[in-house]
Ligand binder design. Sequence first.
Ligand SMILES: [Zn+2]
Length: 1077
Amino acid sequence: MGGETIATPKAKSTYPKLSAHPIGQWIPNIYKDRIAAFYGGGQYETKNLRAMMKEGVASGSPHVKLSVWGAPNLSRPTFKEATSHNFKETSVGQSFGPSWSTHWFRVQLTVPKELADKELLELHWDANNEGMVWTKDGNPLQGLTGGGERIEWILPKSFRDGKEHIIYIEMACNGMFGNAPGGDSIQPPDPNKYFQLAKADIVAVNVVARHLYIDMWIIGDAAREFPTDSWEQHKALKVANQVIDAFELGNQDSIIKGRKIAEEYLGKDVSSYKVYKTGSKPLVYGIGQCHIDTCWLWPFAETKRKVARSWSNQCDLMDRYPEHRFAVSQAQQYKWLKECYPYVFDRVKEKVKKGTFQPVGGSWVEHDTNLPSGESLVRQFLYGQRLFESYFGERCRTFWLPDTFGYSSQLPQLCRLAGMTRFFTQKLSWNNINKFPHTTFNWVALDGSQVICHMAPAETYTAEANFGDVKRSVTQHKSMDQDETSLLVFGKGDGGGGPTWEHMEKLRRCRGMSDTVGLLPRVHMGDSVEDFFDRLEKRVDDGLDLVTWYGELYFELHRGTYTTQANNKYNNRRAEILLRDVELLATMSSIKSGYKYPKKDIDDMWENVLLCQFHDCLPGSSIEMCYDDSDKIYAEVFETGEKILKDLYKTLAVQNITSSSVRENILALNTMPWYRREVISIGSKQAGIAFGEGRLLTIKPFKISATSDVTVKQTGKIFVLQNDQLSVEVSGGAITSLYDRVEEREIIPKGGKANQLVIFDDKPLYWQAWDVEVFHLDSRKELPPGTTKIVQTDPHKVSVMTETKISDKSWAKTTITLAAALKGQQSYVEVHSEVEWREDMNFLKVEFPVDIRNTEASYETQYGIIRRPTHYNTTWDMAKFEVCCHKFADLSENGYGVSILNDSKYGFATVGNLMRLSLLRAPKAPDAHADMGRHNIKWAILPHKDTLGSTTVRTAYNFNNPIKLVESSSSVSTRTFENPIKLSGDSSLILDAVKRGEDDEDVSRGELAVRKGQSVILRIYESLGGRSKGTIETTLDVKKVWKTNILEDDEDVVEINDGKIAIILQPFEVATFRLQL
Ligand SMILES: [Zn+2]
């Protein structure tokens, strides 16, 4: 046997035996770069996808007829006023200006027959500036921003009837970022810019091509940005190139085919909101936002228009994109909208009701948090929350400050007291030294109160909703050990604008991609900011431990903002003090004498002060126009305040002083809540001692025999000022010795020069008005002293004055004064400096070397004290080379310390034993003239026994609230004006504000439910950081007492016995009490 073959069954392969032709591996970069060229501009734009984006265009007469009226003198007239004028014919190609002017266009639109049936018709309008579309009846519809930002307005269906339709466009001659001269937007604005109307077309949009364009943008991003070792990246590259290969110019089917290919990567639903309905768990929650700086590179008046433009756009976008949620803060902007644009306000209100337009923040504006006083922060919330409640029936639950320059340590406590448990920000991502370590955490105040803080990991509040933003929401998330979810806050911002249709479309594709191929974090739309935080709070309820951060969120940048625009800061401090006086006196008078509490005037004053605390206004980072505005706003505040005080004087039977000599009917007006005793000058030569408690203090004539003397002696070039407690040696203009005669202790270290003016070269890396950089410290120069002379030798007060030449244009006259010491009261050295300041990019400071050793210095902050290092051990310590203080900074060691008080300054540094108060800067952008001119600055050196205590806190209050002389028409018993409400007990307790209840029936302006009867609100805080006991004593007929939150909601009943209310405050607690009469 043999030879036969057994057939083995074999599978028949069709795999080609021979290679047909060589095929190479894709060269990744080349295939990647090809994608952008497919949908981008440039040499192929007439041959690629871009060439097919429009199905037809109609421009010029008869389809688009234009006429114009220019508003005179940079005015911003209303629709009615503007359209009452004659319009002159104009055309595309014409230019309009100058900067800040307004031009109204009548636009007569006739849709050509051949476009009437197209799917989508838009008006494309681009003049490289901002605009608002109005109906012919005067309803503002939608904003426009040139330069391609948002140039389209969708024509209503009714316009397709072949007839002529009229709209108006209000053109504002400024860009989204004002009128900067060139590419550098923080340079002072060019006053003479003109804007060419480049485009006014009716466009029929190829909707499918537009969709494919977004498909390719996002798939292209995946191809470019996904890691090359992921299959998802290779797939993206493949799909994108397949779409390009399928494309044929002029062939609509090839575009439809392209979209079909794109579906392989993006899924089927990316052209509708249904893409978000898959039920899979998202990581990133998209929230639309449009940050509108209330003033910055444009004045307040332009902001009012920006608000209307931006928010009307969002209402429109919500109609087309049901998933759109838009969060907006700043009560002031809502108020402006209601007053100036009721039509848009009604649209917004309707969307708020639907839950798509979401008020957040709870504050009056997005304010600075370093500089405003504690009471100002309280009022930001009080006025903000009351407006939100009265407009929309609800308060905000999330405090929203994405762009403010650092966050002071008591904010979590105040947020909680304002009904908010959440805080959103992201600004610390700008730190230029240390990276902030958390994105979701509990932020803890000085008193231990906490809020959940979330900082968007995408590190922006103006995200373009790009693939990269979604990706960074996970890759830069630093708290994923606790919770992996995050907010993505997107939309054009700073200059307003908000999300565009492109943002909405891009995010749909990102979501589609996550659900189809994965890898990209899953983004979700349709949830609110509150939904996001609700989930987090729920997780904490269920046992999640969030990481904690105690104390201030110090911003490692923009440290110059504690000092820039000194006059504005001075006005803020004065206005806060004036408001305190006005409210205190008006409260007492309105209860005792039938005087009507001037609620409207007080509201107007507060709203103005709160407005100027906006995060580019008070910090000093706006253009000159804004400070011209704020000067006027403060002038109004002071005028109203003085008017109220004048009326109040009548209720006290006193008036402003008319002649200056010590007479029986001269009294001292006092608004400090404690016993006060001070030497005061009356006229040029006389003096008295004011003493007592209450609103009016008696003055007794100053007699040398009655108290100790104060003297000044000159020996050669050395001057010695001396009273019972202190001896001050002035040599070369500086204090070379400050000797505490009671404690027998020298305060100035050997060779040290206190009160020495020093100057620094101040050219930060970029942000001039904002930043002072660490390297400025290396340029320190002592200003050489000029002559010193004795200028006052009165028995109660002596002074020497030193003239200092700063440069050929600038000088300072610095007067060091010592008053007679009063027994039992700490004496201090008072300094007044008059400065003529004409410098370029220099920084003026004054130094105080002190013989004190401590690794931490203390600084007054709102309702408390914050301690910061005096050394540079770590980069975190060193980053605090310039910090914020309020009325004082203090360096103490066990048993003794020195406080530096000030009347209007906020910048300070303590390095080792050198204390340094920042006085004036000279940045040239964005205000070319910031701080040029005359300044009057006061500070004081207060040495004290023991560590920092109530002596410093109270003296700093007194220093900022000098006693005011008044005269009575007849003899007045000052006892009548003793305060009917007093606080006794631990001296760390401060009665900071006294006011009437917002909703008392004789006070209320009706915005919220009225409360029967009268009440007095007291704000008391613990100032030193220890549990403190006290007693509120009142002679008023108080029926009931509540502890309330800062919104004046009654919380706990507090016992009152015989006019006495016992209170206990926790360290750094802010407590509000409502006394119901
Ligand atoms: Zn801002």
